[in-house]
Structures are given as C-alpha cells and as structure tokens.
Design a protein. Structure first.
Length: 202
C-alpha cells in the first residue's frame, strides 16, 4: 500500500527551486517550492522508501501557484502550447486560445472541432462563400495566404480533418490536433499579425 508523506515549510523561505514552465504566464521559470509530496511504500526488505511525486510552489514571475508532477514533469495548470498571436479580433483570439487550452489538456477532438469552426468563419470573413465544405475553406485560405504550400503533403492531413466533424462520432488524436493548430497558427499570422506588424513599424 502506498502512503503519502508531505514535507512543507511554514516560513517565508522556500524549500527548493525547480525548473519548469508556468501554466499561468507560460514562462520558463525556477519554481519556488514550498511543499513536497512523497509517496511512501515498502521495498522488498519491508523498509519504507520515499518517491518524490509532487512539488507545490509559486511562480517567481507572476506569483501564481503551480503543481509540478515529478514523475512526468507536467505542470498544473498546464502550459499553453503554440504561441500567442497579436492583432487578432476578440472572437478569433478567444476561440484560438480555447483550441490551445483543449490541446494542453489532451482534449484533441474539441481542439479539432473548434479549429474547423474557426477556419470556416475566418475564411468567410476573408471573402469565401458560406456553407461550403471544410476542404473548400482550407484551399481558399491556402490559395490566398499560403500559395507556396499548396501542393505540400502535410496539407492533405489538414484537409482530412474535415472527417472530424461535429455531427459524426470521429475521435481526433494528438497528431491531428497539432496539425490543425499548426495550420491555423500560420493562417492567422498571415492574415492578422504580419500585416499589422509591418504597418505598426512604419
């Protein structure tokens, strides 16, 4: 039977500093650890052995609490993969960040379905016809913003994401979610960030 042992520091000084990423501010940090949780179990000689399981501390940059899983180095809250994009309209930014959040907690189907909705709406805003297929919207955005990638093999994977639709029970995997986010990241940068960055710098 595994038991838990908790070591903490009730003073102002932290126990240790451990490298990780902060899921609040998304920065690489040295976590100020104030509490450690160990798993205590019997070994072959019936002696107690300790296995460090969790470190609980505070981000030195933003001051938010973090739980670090010592077995796999995952943090809670999880970090948002894929970088933020500047100059996004509010609704686009919200849905893009929801995709990032879904990906970070391994909700890959939610990520892909949100991506379909986002791409379709962005394409229509950019002049595409309404009520078309997902493949149509992908090709429309590629032709307009990423023509050099038109015949790249990885784009076929993006087009295949049309099979993961809201009205069919198709479960997406990590690779599909990553493909969706990578493509959307490139499209949003080309539509919103790059043009505004150049204009802003002039």
């Amino acid at each position: 039977m595994t038991k838990l042992k908790i070591i903490t520091n009730y003073g102002n000084k932290f126990l240790d500093s451990e490298p990780c990423y902060c899921g609040h501010c998304n920065n690489k940090i040295g976590l100020d650890v104030y509490l450690k949780v160990y798993g205590v179990k019997k070994n072959d000689k019936l002696q107690n052995t300790q296995i460090e399981k969790y470190s609980v501390g505070v981000c030195p940059l933003c001051g938010a609490p973090i739980i670090l899983n010592k077995e796999n180095n995952n943090v809670l809250p999880p970090i948002r993969e894929f970088e933020e994009i500047s100059f996004l309209p509010k609704d686009v930014e919200t849905l893009y960040n929801e995709m990032r959040d879904a990906y970070s907690v391994q909700s890959y189907t939610c990520c892909v379905i949100s991506g379909r909705t986002l791409l379709a709406n962005v394409a229509v805003e950019e002049g595409a016809e309404e009520d078309k297929s997902f493949k149509y919207y992908v090709d429309y955005l590629v032709d307009k913003y990423l023509p050099a990638t038109k015949n790249k093999p990885w784009l076929d994977k993006v087009r295949e994401l049309g099979n993961c639709s809201a009205h069919k029970m198709v479960i997406a995997n990590k690779e599909q979610a990553k493909t969706s986010l990578t493509f959307i990241n490139a499209i949003l940068k080309n539509i919103y960030e790059f043009p505004n960055s150049v204009s802003d710098g002039e």
